[in-house]
Design a protein around this ligand. Structure first.
Ligand code: GUN
Length: 281
Protein backbone atom coordinates (compact mmCIF):
# COMPACT_ATOMS: atom_id res chain seq x y z
CA UNK A 1 0.00 0.00 0.00
CA UNK A 2 1.21 3.50 -0.72
CA UNK A 3 -0.27 6.31 1.31
CA UNK A 4 -2.27 9.22 0.01
CA UNK A 5 0.04 12.22 0.46
CA UNK A 6 -1.87 15.09 2.07
CA UNK A 7 -0.78 18.25 0.26
CA UNK A 8 -0.81 20.97 2.91
CA UNK A 9 0.74 23.48 0.55
CA UNK A 10 -2.13 23.26 -1.93
CA UNK A 11 -4.80 23.29 0.78
CA UNK A 12 -3.14 26.29 2.45
CA UNK A 13 -3.11 28.20 -0.85
CA UNK A 14 -6.87 27.62 -1.15
CA UNK A 15 -7.47 28.73 2.44
CA UNK A 16 -5.30 31.84 2.00
CA UNK A 17 -7.25 32.78 -1.14
CA UNK A 18 -10.51 32.46 0.81
CA UNK A 19 -9.07 34.60 3.63
CA UNK A 20 -7.95 37.23 1.09
CA UNK A 21 -11.50 37.27 -0.32
CA UNK A 22 -13.02 37.74 3.14
CA UNK A 23 -10.44 40.35 4.17
CA UNK A 24 -11.07 42.26 0.94
CA UNK A 25 -14.79 42.48 1.74
CA UNK A 26 -14.15 44.21 5.09
CA UNK A 27 -14.29 48.02 5.39
CA UNK A 28 -10.91 47.97 7.19
CA UNK A 29 -7.57 46.14 6.90
CA UNK A 30 -7.00 43.53 9.63
CA UNK A 31 -3.67 44.07 11.38
CA UNK A 32 -1.27 41.43 12.68
CA UNK A 33 1.75 42.24 14.88
CA UNK A 34 4.53 39.66 15.00
CA UNK A 35 7.10 40.12 17.75
CA UNK A 36 10.52 38.51 17.41
CA UNK A 37 13.13 38.67 20.18
CA UNK A 38 16.69 37.64 19.37
CA UNK A 39 18.14 35.99 16.31
CA UNK A 40 17.13 32.32 16.41
CA UNK A 41 17.49 31.46 12.69
CA UNK A 42 14.48 29.11 12.59
CA UNK A 43 12.30 31.75 14.27
CA UNK A 44 13.49 34.36 11.78
CA UNK A 45 12.39 32.12 8.88
CA UNK A 46 8.98 31.41 10.48
CA UNK A 47 8.38 35.11 11.13
CA UNK A 48 9.30 36.08 7.58
CA UNK A 49 6.93 33.40 6.21
CA UNK A 50 4.10 34.63 8.44
CA UNK A 51 4.68 38.23 7.37
CA UNK A 52 4.74 37.33 3.68
CA UNK A 53 1.60 35.19 3.90
CA UNK A 54 -0.28 37.94 5.73
CA UNK A 55 0.58 40.57 3.13
CA UNK A 56 -0.53 38.21 0.35
CA UNK A 57 -3.91 37.73 2.04
CA UNK A 58 -4.82 41.37 2.56
CA UNK A 59 -3.72 41.48 6.20
CA UNK A 60 -1.37 44.26 7.30
CA UNK A 61 1.57 42.59 9.05
CA UNK A 62 3.95 44.50 11.28
CA UNK A 63 7.05 42.69 12.49
CA UNK A 64 8.67 44.15 15.59
CA UNK A 65 12.21 42.97 16.24
CA UNK A 66 14.08 43.19 19.54
CA UNK A 67 17.68 42.28 20.41
CA UNK A 68 18.30 39.04 22.33
CA UNK A 69 19.19 40.92 25.56
CA UNK A 70 15.88 42.84 25.71
CA UNK A 71 14.52 42.97 29.29
CA UNK A 72 11.10 41.49 30.01
CA UNK A 73 9.77 44.90 31.07
CA UNK A 74 10.55 46.34 27.62
CA UNK A 75 8.66 43.50 25.92
CA UNK A 76 5.69 43.89 28.28
CA UNK A 77 5.57 47.62 27.46
CA UNK A 78 5.43 46.75 23.75
CA UNK A 79 2.60 44.26 24.35
CA UNK A 80 0.66 46.94 26.26
CA UNK A 81 1.08 49.35 23.34
CA UNK A 82 -0.10 46.71 20.84
CA UNK A 83 -3.09 45.82 23.06
CA UNK A 84 -4.13 49.50 22.93
CA UNK A 85 -3.48 49.95 19.19
CA UNK A 86 -6.80 49.93 17.26
CA UNK A 87 -5.02 49.00 14.00
CA UNK A 88 -3.78 45.74 15.53
CA UNK A 89 -6.20 42.78 15.72
CA UNK A 90 -3.71 39.98 16.32
CA UNK A 91 -0.53 39.76 18.39
CA UNK A 92 1.94 36.89 18.06
CA UNK A 93 5.14 36.66 20.09
CA UNK A 94 7.41 34.12 18.42
CA UNK A 95 8.61 31.34 20.72
CA UNK A 96 11.09 30.43 22.11
CA UNK A 97 12.01 33.59 24.04
CA UNK A 98 15.45 34.31 25.56
CA UNK A 99 16.01 32.98 29.09
CA UNK A 100 15.61 36.35 30.88
CA UNK A 101 12.03 36.65 29.63
CA UNK A 102 9.27 34.55 31.20
CA UNK A 103 7.16 33.30 28.29
CA UNK A 104 4.06 32.91 30.46
CA UNK A 105 4.30 36.50 31.76
CA UNK A 106 4.38 37.73 28.16
CA UNK A 107 1.55 35.47 26.99
CA UNK A 108 -0.63 36.48 29.94
CA UNK A 109 -0.06 40.17 29.09
CA UNK A 110 -1.57 39.81 25.59
CA UNK A 111 -5.21 40.89 25.27
CA UNK A 112 -6.97 37.48 25.00
CA UNK A 113 -9.10 38.84 22.13
CA UNK A 114 -5.88 39.60 20.18
CA UNK A 115 -4.18 36.31 21.14
CA UNK A 116 -4.07 34.75 17.64
CA UNK A 117 -1.75 31.99 18.93
CA UNK A 118 -4.43 30.87 21.39
CA UNK A 119 -1.79 30.56 24.15
CA UNK A 120 -3.37 32.89 26.74
CA UNK A 121 -4.71 31.02 29.81
CA UNK A 122 -8.21 32.34 29.06
CA UNK A 123 -8.17 30.86 25.55
CA UNK A 124 -6.65 27.59 26.81
CA UNK A 125 -9.48 27.45 29.38
CA UNK A 126 -12.10 28.20 26.74
CA UNK A 127 -10.76 25.37 24.57
CA UNK A 128 -10.77 22.96 27.53
CA UNK A 129 -14.39 23.88 28.28
CA UNK A 130 -15.57 23.83 24.65
CA UNK A 131 -16.30 27.58 24.64
CA UNK A 132 -15.68 29.86 21.66
CA UNK A 133 -12.21 31.39 21.62
CA UNK A 134 -8.98 31.62 19.66
CA UNK A 135 -7.52 28.13 19.10
CA UNK A 136 -3.77 27.43 18.58
CA UNK A 137 -2.87 27.45 14.88
CA UNK A 138 -0.99 24.16 14.50
CA UNK A 139 -3.64 21.87 16.03
CA UNK A 140 -6.29 23.73 14.03
CA UNK A 141 -4.21 23.14 10.90
CA UNK A 142 -4.15 19.41 11.70
CA UNK A 143 -7.93 19.33 12.20
CA UNK A 144 -8.41 21.04 8.83
CA UNK A 145 -6.11 18.53 7.10
CA UNK A 146 -8.00 15.60 8.67
CA UNK A 147 -11.32 17.14 7.65
CA UNK A 148 -10.12 17.76 4.09
CA UNK A 149 -8.93 14.15 3.82
CA UNK A 150 -12.35 12.94 5.02
CA UNK A 151 -10.89 11.10 8.02
CA UNK A 152 -13.70 9.97 10.35
CA UNK A 153 -12.98 11.10 13.92
CA UNK A 154 -15.97 9.91 15.93
CA UNK A 155 -14.84 6.94 18.02
CA UNK A 156 -11.51 6.78 16.16
CA UNK A 157 -8.41 5.88 18.15
CA UNK A 158 -5.97 8.78 17.92
CA UNK A 159 -2.44 8.80 19.34
CA UNK A 160 -0.94 12.25 19.93
CA UNK A 161 2.82 12.19 20.54
CA UNK A 162 4.01 15.23 22.48
CA UNK A 163 2.32 17.20 25.28
CA UNK A 164 3.49 20.72 24.48
CA UNK A 165 1.23 23.70 25.17
CA UNK A 166 1.62 24.75 21.51
CA UNK A 167 0.60 21.47 19.86
CA UNK A 168 0.09 18.23 21.82
CA UNK A 169 -2.27 19.35 24.60
CA UNK A 170 -4.58 21.53 22.47
CA UNK A 171 -4.48 18.82 19.79
CA UNK A 172 -5.74 16.26 22.31
CA UNK A 173 -8.53 18.65 23.35
CA UNK A 174 -9.67 19.31 19.77
CA UNK A 175 -9.70 15.59 18.90
CA UNK A 176 -11.56 14.81 22.12
CA UNK A 177 -14.14 17.48 21.27
CA UNK A 178 -14.52 15.78 17.87
CA UNK A 179 -15.35 12.49 19.67
CA UNK A 180 -12.06 10.71 19.00
CA UNK A 181 -10.60 8.41 21.66
CA UNK A 182 -7.33 10.15 22.41
CA UNK A 183 -4.13 8.81 23.92
CA UNK A 184 -1.67 11.60 24.76
CA UNK A 185 1.85 10.17 24.69
CA UNK A 186 5.03 11.88 25.89
CA UNK A 187 8.66 11.38 26.84
CA UNK A 188 7.75 9.32 29.93
CA UNK A 189 5.20 7.08 28.19
CA UNK A 190 5.90 3.35 28.03
CA UNK A 191 5.52 1.27 24.85
CA UNK A 192 5.20 4.10 22.35
CA UNK A 193 5.33 1.64 19.46
CA UNK A 194 2.47 -0.49 20.83
CA UNK A 195 0.37 2.61 21.63
CA UNK A 196 0.79 3.91 18.08
CA UNK A 197 0.08 0.50 16.53
CA UNK A 198 -3.39 0.62 18.14
CA UNK A 199 -4.14 4.03 16.61
CA UNK A 200 -6.03 4.80 13.42
CA UNK A 201 -4.66 8.35 13.56
CA UNK A 202 -1.10 9.17 14.66
CA UNK A 203 -0.09 12.79 15.24
CA UNK A 204 3.62 13.32 15.81
CA UNK A 205 4.66 16.49 17.65
CA UNK A 206 7.72 15.47 19.65
CA UNK A 207 10.42 17.61 18.06
CA UNK A 208 12.56 14.48 17.61
CA UNK A 209 13.70 13.85 14.06
CA UNK A 210 12.20 10.72 12.43
CA UNK A 211 11.20 9.23 15.79
CA UNK A 212 8.03 7.53 14.55
CA UNK A 213 9.08 4.37 12.72
CA UNK A 214 7.32 2.42 10.00
CA UNK A 215 6.67 -0.53 12.33
CA UNK A 216 4.66 1.77 14.67
CA UNK A 217 2.04 2.45 11.98
CA UNK A 218 -0.83 0.03 11.50
CA UNK A 219 -1.92 -0.60 7.89
CA UNK A 220 -4.07 2.24 6.59
CA UNK A 221 -3.53 4.60 9.55
CA UNK A 222 -3.49 8.36 8.98
CA UNK A 223 -0.14 9.90 9.93
CA UNK A 224 0.20 13.64 10.56
CA UNK A 225 3.72 14.97 11.02
CA UNK A 226 3.99 18.28 12.89
CA UNK A 227 7.78 18.18 13.22
CA UNK A 228 10.34 20.33 11.45
CA UNK A 229 13.91 19.23 12.24
CA UNK A 230 17.14 20.24 10.56
CA UNK A 231 19.63 17.36 10.38
CA UNK A 232 23.41 17.75 10.53
CA UNK A 233 23.62 17.28 6.76
CA UNK A 234 21.15 20.13 6.20
CA UNK A 235 18.15 17.96 5.35
CA UNK A 236 14.76 19.07 6.71
CA UNK A 237 12.81 16.15 8.19
CA UNK A 238 9.73 15.66 10.33
CA UNK A 239 9.14 13.66 13.52
CA UNK A 240 8.07 10.73 11.30
CA UNK A 241 10.43 8.45 9.36
CA UNK A 242 8.55 9.25 6.16
CA UNK A 243 10.14 6.69 3.82
CA UNK A 244 9.31 3.88 6.29
CA UNK A 245 5.77 5.02 7.10
CA UNK A 246 4.56 5.90 3.61
CA UNK A 247 4.34 2.18 2.80
CA UNK A 248 2.05 1.42 5.77
CA UNK A 249 -0.09 4.50 6.15
CA UNK A 250 -3.39 5.19 4.42
CA UNK A 251 -2.55 8.90 4.32
CA UNK A 252 0.46 10.92 5.43
CA UNK A 253 1.64 14.54 5.49
CA UNK A 254 5.04 15.36 3.99
CA UNK A 255 7.68 17.64 5.56
CA UNK A 256 7.98 20.27 4.23
CA UNK A 257 4.64 20.97 2.55
CA UNK A 258 2.27 19.36 5.06
CA UNK A 259 1.22 20.91 8.36
CA UNK A 260 3.57 23.95 8.16
CA UNK A 261 1.83 25.92 5.40
CA UNK A 262 -1.56 25.14 6.95
CA UNK A 263 -0.40 26.50 10.32
CA UNK A 264 0.38 29.86 8.73
CA UNK A 265 -2.97 29.92 6.91
CA UNK A 266 -4.72 29.21 10.24
CA UNK A 267 -2.84 32.12 11.83
CA UNK A 268 -4.28 34.42 9.17
CA UNK A 269 -7.71 32.93 9.75
CA UNK A 270 -7.38 33.57 13.49
CA UNK A 271 -6.42 37.18 12.72
CA UNK A 272 -9.57 37.56 10.64
CA UNK A 273 -11.70 36.01 13.41
CA UNK A 274 -10.13 38.33 16.01
CA UNK A 275 -10.61 41.37 13.78
CA UNK A 276 -14.27 40.59 13.14
CA UNK A 277 -14.94 40.28 16.88
CA UNK A 278 -12.86 43.29 17.96
CA UNK A 279 -14.38 45.57 15.36
CA UNK A 280 -17.90 44.31 15.96
CA UNK A 281 -18.82 42.69 12.66
N1 GUN B 1 7.19 28.65 17.87
C1 GUN B 1 6.93 27.45 17.32
N2 GUN B 1 5.62 27.37 16.99
C2 GUN B 1 5.07 28.54 17.34
C3 GUN B 1 3.75 29.07 17.24
O1 GUN B 1 2.81 28.43 16.76
N3 GUN B 1 3.57 30.32 17.71
C4 GUN B 1 4.57 31.04 18.26
N4 GUN B 1 4.29 32.25 18.72
N5 GUN B 1 5.80 30.59 18.37
C5 GUN B 1 6.04 29.34 17.90
Amino acid sequence: MTALVLDGKALAAKLRAEIARQAGALPFTPGLAVVLVGDNPASAVYVRNKERAALGSGIAARTIRFPADTPETRLLAEIAALNADPAIDGILVQMPLPAQIRAMAVIAAIDPEKDVDGFHPLNVGRLALGLAGLVPCTPRAVMRLLDHAGVPLRGARAAVLGRSHIVGRPMAMLLTAADATVTLLHSRSRDLAAECQRAEIVIAATGRAEMVRGAWISPGAVVIDVGINRLGDGRLVGDVAYAECVGHAGAITPVPGGVGPMTIACLLENTLIAAAKLRGR
